[in-house]
Design a protein around this ligand. Structure first.
Ligand code: UTP
Length: 478
């Protein structure tokens, strides 16, 4: 970078009240200077200035206005009164789109996974009961199973972060892309946002390093555009994206029924819901406000509202969000491309952020001292035409790994997989000792390449000339 360029970047930061980012400039070696300038160039000072101004004025997130909030309607699952014929029709439509090569899988894997505390990208966490396949491996097999079933090409896009990009790509390379052909899988890095102190000033994590963190899963929309992924999809004839998080081994990566409902409605963004297990369950709530679909976080909805019941005793705000969506590629291009009036808001999280003090020493705060900014993907819903929400069964779609232990941990994810495999096996008459939660007394495993649903399992099982004994350590594969 020319020194003139460096001067102009520094001048812009000075003018924006962020000149302290270059406080240690004079003592930095050349390589550190270049790296600091490159980080500085990533920052949109206008955007940050607006956020900082809001901070100085209000101090906290505004939170959504709650007047006029109604529960969002959803399409119930056939098991809970949904119309089985309508579901079958949706499946046909979805399958047609997959066969035609219109659908790509999309995983957001740029999170920091701080609660789990695993050393490596979360997608490389071993998660299956016997073979200890990783999350990425499970998704790859589910995608491959769909490719085989529909004789289709299903490209897979994976969003990483600066912090985990290289390790993610290396994991795929080391694993031979888990049996997928490498040219089907595309990786791209999401954007970052600087962390600021309560005064709105950018924090330095080292003398030559700005404290930056990924800009949230909502950053995926602009990252899809900026990285060229949207162009790539259009070239390949892909117009529909199946969006899921990296932390959920049960997710149906490419669900024809869900895709079909989305296409049938001409929806730009669709979502799956599960009925909340109990009133205070910590999930976002699908709601309608001013004719638009919105998600209200549990932390933004007063407890009495979360517990409200309708005349027949059902929870009124029952639809919990599980972060599974279908997105129209044209919609991603519009919203991610920065169309006026459809900017996703930033949410602010107060965090403990280690920083360099004026004397150059790193300070590790005991209490939250700064703010990180993140966008949430569900904030795109109000901009989407004909947003559709369908009900799914928790046991078939949702068991996230968030924490190292206890609720939503690797242990609960293993148990939920075991319950699923057991349901499939019991349904075809396999004898299995299970407890009253459906958990078998031993570990076994069904590869998605053997079967990725109850129906597929029944089909495969019926076709086996010799039925294997299912016992401790059994793996049903390919
Ligand atoms: P979470 O909200 O669970 O955050 O992400 P996290 O960073 O993984 O974990 P914690 O909160 O630090 O413990 C939900 C999904 O969104 C992705 C994550 O990778 C996960 O699939 N995500 C989150 C991103 O891709 N980018 C982000 O900036 C944040």
């Amino acid at each position: 970078m020319s020194s003139q360029n460096a001067e102009s970047i520094r001048a812009r930061f000075e003018a924006a009240g962020q000149g302290h980012v270059f406080r240690f400039w004079d003592e930095l070696p050349e390589a550190s200077r270049s790296s600091l300038l490159a980080q500085a160039e990533e920052i949109d000072l206008n955007e940050l200035g607006n956020l900082a101004a809001k901070l100085a004025a209000g101090g906290s997130d505004d939170g959504p206005a709650l007047e006029g909030l109604e529960p969002a309607p959803y399409i119930p699952h056939p098991r809970h009164g949904g119309d089985a014929e309508e579901w079958a029709e949706a499946r046909r439509l979805g399958e047609e789109a997959i066969r035609a090569g219109r659908v790509a899988a999309f995983t957001v894997a740029g999170g920091q996974g701080t609660r789990l505390g695993y050393d490596g990208p979360k997608g490389t966490l071993p998660v299956t009961p016997v073979k200890k396949k990783t999350l990425f491996h499970v998704f790859a097999e589910k995608i491959q199973a769909a490719e085989r079933r529909y004789a289709a090409r299903i490209p897979w896009f994976i969003m990483t972060s600066h912090a985990n990009h290289a390790a993610t790509v290396a994991a795929f390379e080391d694993a031979g892309f888990y049996g997928l052909s490498a040219d089907r899988v595309s990786f791209f890095t999401q954007g970052r946002m600087p962390a600021v102190g309560r005064d709105g000033k950018i924090l330095l994590e080292a003398k030559d390093t700005i404290a930056m963190s990924p800009d949230g899963h909502g950053g995926s929309l602009r990252a899809l555009v900026r990285s060229g992924a949207v162009d790539k999809m259009r070239e390949a004839g892909v117009d529909t994206l199946s969006y899921f998080q990296v932390d959920n081994p049960l997710v149906r990566c490419v669900d024809p029924v869900f895709i079909g409902f989305h296409l049938r409605a001409g929806s730009e963004m669709s979502s799956k819901m599960i009925p909340k297990a109990y009133p205070d369950e910590k999930v976002g709530h699908f709601c309608r406000k001013d004719g638009k679909t919105v998600v209200i976080e549990y932390s933004d909805m007063p407890a009495d509202m979360q517990r409200e019941r309708d005349a027949d005793g059902q929870l009124r705000f029952v639809a919990g969000s599980i972060a599974i969506h279908v997105l129209d590629v044209g919609f991603v291009a519009r919203v991610g491309g920065g169309e006026a009036g459809s900017e996703l808001p930033f949410h602010r999280a107060e965090k403990k952020i280690p920083f360099v003090g004026t004397d150059g020493e790193v300070i590790k705060p005991e209490a939250p001292n700064g703010i990180k900014f993140e966008m949430f993907v569900f904030d795109a819903l109000p901009f989407a035409k004909n947003a559709v929400i369908i009900e799914t069964l928790r046991e078939d779609d949702f068991s996230p790994v968030k924490n190292a232990e206890g609720k939503d941990s690797p242990q609960t994810a293993v148990e939920d997989q075991l319950r699923q495999f057991s349901r499939w096996a019991l349904a075809v008459g396999v004898e299995l000792p299970v407890d009253d939660t459906g958990l078998p007394s031993f570990a076994f495993e069904v590869s998605p390449l053997f079967a990725d649903s109850g129906e597929a399992f029944a089909e495969r099982w019926a076709a086996l000339a010799e039925k294997p004994v299912v016992k401790e350590g059994t793996v049903l594969e390919v």
